[in-house]
Design a protein around this ligand. Structure first.
Ligand code: PMV
Length: 322
């Protein structure tokens, strides 16, 4: 049986926190993936995750991953037909618990594989079923997910999201990006509530910050929208990232370590750097050229960022050399 499930990690490039208040934001799929590497007949459907000490996940094992697998199986069975029981072996290079959408990528990879098994002669990959199955899986981990993680994970590329509007895939080129986990991530709900409190206490001062983050999203989209063969102006895009980091810091969602890591990346030659996602810890991103990347990674590792990875943001499956 052909292994073909693959889910991307994601980062928010611009617009985090402002998105909660109706501003546009950009999410990008990373070259870091979770992918199916082997599929074999089995007595019962289960998933084996190689880099997690060959962890075995079964729908009835009582773990959150097991429950998530049960939901994926249920949605695929209801919407298509029950797939034959298989053991799906996964490999991954996405760090978990870093705000990079590892659970969404897991769900997308498994759902794609099970859809292909349930309907082996399909002419297209059943995108709505894959998204519905991944959504059911994400509800086990995130309660009421926005859908950004699993949609970006499944579709790849760069997507624009804005409250009460459908997620919009953009036809934009991938950009080189360093993603570094600076410290453990904070609870997204707590960080969102902090910004909400600040907005409530000082609306005249805080609303313009949120509007500014939305404007940075639009400016970034403009900079990325250059027709090929022209390449996006990375130094200009980096400058927007620096501004976004400063505004997010003003909203109270940065930390001394995220500030230090962004500063270190810029000092080592990055075009720009910012925190990504909810903040309060977690990851930062830095934009750079191939030549600058090793020096920046070295600087980030030197201040304790682990992992610090150089990848592409905005990739689609066909961009990856698999
Ligand atoms: O850290 P993440 O990837 O869950 O991103 C959270 C993004 C926020 O804007 C802070 C919250 C949201 O729901 O948009």
């Amino acid at each position: 049986m052909r292994p073909l499930g693959l889910g991307h990690a994601k980062v928010i490039l611009f617009g985090e926190h402002a998105a909660v208040h109706g501003e546009p934001a950009l999410a990008a799929a990373l070259g870091l993936t979770t992918r199916v590497v082997h599929v074999a007949h089995a007595d019962q459907t289960r998933v084996v995750i190689l880099p997690w000490d060959h962890l075995r996940v079964s729908p009835d094992d009582g773990t959150p991953l097991g429950q998530a697998l049960a939901h994926i199986l249920r949605v695929v069975s209801e919407r298509l037909q029950p797939p034959p029981p298989v053991e799906i072996t996964l490999d991954t290079d996405i760090p978990s618990g870093a705000g990079l959408g590892s659970s969404a990528a897991w769900a997308v990879a498994v759902a794609q594989q099970l859809c292909a098994l349930a309907d082996p002669h399909a002419s297209s990959p059943h995108a709505p079923v894959i998204l519905a199955a991944a959504d059911a899986s994400e509800r086990v981990f995130h309660g009421n997910p926005s859908g950004v993680d699993h949609t970006t994970s499944a579709m790849g590329g760069i997507l624009r999201f804005q409250k009460n509007r459908p997620l919009q895939p953009l036809d934009l080129p991938p950009i080189p990006l360093i993603v570094a986990q600076v410290e453990p991530g904070a609870d997204t709900g707590r960080m969102v509530a902090g910004v909400q409190r600040l907005l409530h206490a000082h609306p005249a001062a805080v609303q313009p910050l949120l509007t500014s983050l939305g404007a940075l999203t639009l400016a970034a989209q403009d900079l990325l929208s250059v027709p090929p063969p022209a390449a996006p102006d990375l130094p200009a895009l980096g400058a927007l990232m620096d501004i976004a980091h400063g505004v997010l810091a003003a909203l109270g969602v940065s930390t001394p370590k995220l500030d230090a890591a962004s500063h270190a990346a810029r000092q080592a030659g990055a075009f720009g750097a910012k925190l990504t996602g909810a903040g309060g810890g977690g990851c930062m991103i830095a934009l750079c050229s191939d030549e600058q990347a090793p020096r920046i990674l070295h600087a980030l590792q030197g201040i304790g960022a682990r992992p610090a990875l150089y990848t592409l943001a905005g990739v689609r499956r066909h961009d990856l050399a698999l």
